[in-house]
Write a protein that binds this ligand. Structure first.
Ligand code: HEC
Length: 116
């Protein structure tokens, strides 16, 4: 009985540590993503009827490097992979810092989903 309690405490501690990894940068990136991207790319990048999922092997860093995310935000995207139409550039995301926060957020949820 005691051992089980210890093991349970250990896993609680581990899950606490995993949450701690989602620090302020993750949360800022998540908020920026939810405000500017989720209406098309879905909460947690799962996709909607207006845009593709970003948590998808097509957007693995080897296929779409960080630069293509930056360009998508700054310039928009002409439709080429899917049938949702073009992506307009996202004017509300202004600074390089915000762009980087969004990209790191997407990379971390891709990682969490086992994309890479
Ligand atoms: C109005 C809807 C809409 C919004 C808002 C939107 N996107 Fe997109 N996005 C799309 C669509 C549609 C595509 C697919 C284009 C295609 O067919 O390849 C796309 C494609 C992309 C791609 C792939 C680029 C490439 O080179 O193929 C990236 C990366 C991306 N979006 C990131 C974002 C990020 C980050 C945000 C928020 C800052 C965002 N999008 C906001 C609709 C949207």
């Amino acid at each position: 009985m005691k051992r089980i309690t210890l093991i349970a405490a250990f896993f609680l501690l581990l899950s606490g540590l995993a949450k701690a990894e989602k620090g302020p940068a993750f949360l800022k990136g998540e908020a920026l993503f939810n405000n500017n991207c989720a209406k098309c790319h879905g909460v947690k990048g799962a996709g909607t009827d207006k845009g593709p999922p970003l948590v998808h092997s097509i957007y693995h860093p080897n296929h779409h490097a960080d630069l293509s995310f930056k360009w998508a935000i700054e310039r928009g995207v002409r439709s080429h992979h899917w049938k949702f139409g073009d992506m307009p550039k996202v004017d509300a995301v202004k600074s390089q810092e915000e762009i980087e926060l969004i990209i790191s957020y997407i990379r971390s949820i891709q990682k969490e989903a086992g994309i890479f």
